[in-house]
Design a protein around this ligand. Structure first.
Ligand code: SF4
Length: 346
């Protein structure tokens, strides 16, 4: 599970670089959905520190919701949690449904965010057949650091899955993203460099950094990270990381508006994001580019305007609301009772 809408979304579409200010907010809808609300890990930094398996939507209900979203202009569908591999049959059916829809509209993007510890050969085969436009796999450092955050033995399981996916699905080298949560425990540029190097040796080309939001579920004192620490690290990555990246590699440094606006402001103040050099891609993602490093920028709130999160049981809310056990109370409405268009318009 990753913070932010749909994880990487497949990264930045670098073909377009024209900034259209009218697209800032009302870009295409992005749907991030929790296919379930359970996980096989208990990561120290997990944003969703509860489990709620009851009342899960059926495949047919999800398909109906996706059709509603498509009618509203949605182009991006991210299966972001809690752990898609624990609802694999449903996840695969939904990925294949979106694969069909993509044949009607090639701009549709669909993917999943996973810890990748429960892949086996059959699941990898089904994943490759479902042909997602992106796959985010969570890795939070080298083996020792990753396992200290996510549990002993999990680095090797995830790495094994990465190797097999890249071996059996060669086209995944352009769409398999390492999703790295930057927190106190791994805020070390040398560590990030080493991790990237180890993954590059396996054929990985896409890397994404999302800073940890410290305000909730701060279970360990070494987990939290300040906006100043993130800014220092982003500045060093901007200066140094192009030297480590291959010509086809991409490093995406993310920010979020709702939970990290002070961080974005500091990145601008320190000149790490230069407002005069912003670009926008074909999905209205705003970014600034330094060689193969991309830093995202969100100039205004987008929650429930452009970004929509749907819980496993059909509640529609912002991303942040889903971190709380009382998410039904925080949600704007339930898709079991209303249409998506009605809920968004409320
Ligand atoms: S793998 Fe993701 S959803 Fe599962 S416990 Fe870890 S952070 Fe949470």
């Amino acid at each position: 599970m990753a913070l932010g809408f749909s994880g990487s979304n497949g990264g930045i579409n670098v073909k377009s670089s024209t900034l259209h200010r009218q697209d800032f907010i009302r870009g295409p809808l992005e749907i991030s959905y929790f296919v379930n609300n359970v996980c096989n890990l208990s990561c120290r930094h997990c944003y969703v520190g509860y489990e709620e398996p009851k009342n899960a939507l059926s495949v047919e209900e999800w398909q109906n919701i996706f059709n509603q979203a498509l009618e509203l202009g949605a182009l991006t569908f991210g299966n972001v949690g809690k752990e898609p591999l624990l609802a694999w049959n449903k996840s695969v059916q939904l990925l294949n449904f979106l694969k069909q829809k993509k044949q009607e509209n090639p701009r549709i993007r669909y993917g999943l965010v996973t810890n990748a510890t429960s892949f086996d050969d059959e699941r990898i085969k089904q994943l490759i057949e479902a042909d997602p436009t992106y796959l985010d796999i969570s890795i939070d450092g080298t083996r020792e650091i990753h396992d200290s955050v996510r549990g002993f033995g999990n680095y090797d399981k995830s790495l094994s899955a990465i190797e097999k996916i890249l071996c059996q699905g060669s086209s995944f080298s352009d769409r398999l993203f390492i999703s790295f949560t930057l927190m106190g425990a791994n805020n070390d540029v040398s560590l990030i460099k080493k991790m990237i190097g180890e993954l590059q040796e396996r054929g990985v080309k896409r890397f994404m950094v999302s800073p940890y939001v410290v305000s909730i579920n701060q279970n360990g004192k070494d987990i939290g990270i300040t906006k100043e620490q993130v800014t220092d690290t982003y500045e060093r990555l901007k200066t140094e990381a192009n030297a480590w990246l291959g010509s086809q590699d991409q490093l995406l440094l993310k920010v979020d508006y709702d939970t990290q606006k002070p961080l974005m402001d500091l990145l601008v103040e320190r000149g790490i994001i230069e407002l005069g050099k912003l670009m926008i891609d074909d999905y209205a993602t705003i970014f600034t580019r330094f060689g193969n490093i991309y830093i995202s920028y969100i100039p205004a709130p987008r929650t429930l305007i452009r970004d929509v999160r749907i819980s496993h049981d059909g509640f529609v809310s912002g991303c942040y609301d889903m971190f709380f056990k009382n998410y039904p109370d925080r949600a704007r409405g339930s898709l079991k009772k209303r249409k998506l268009a009605e809920i968004i318009a409320l």
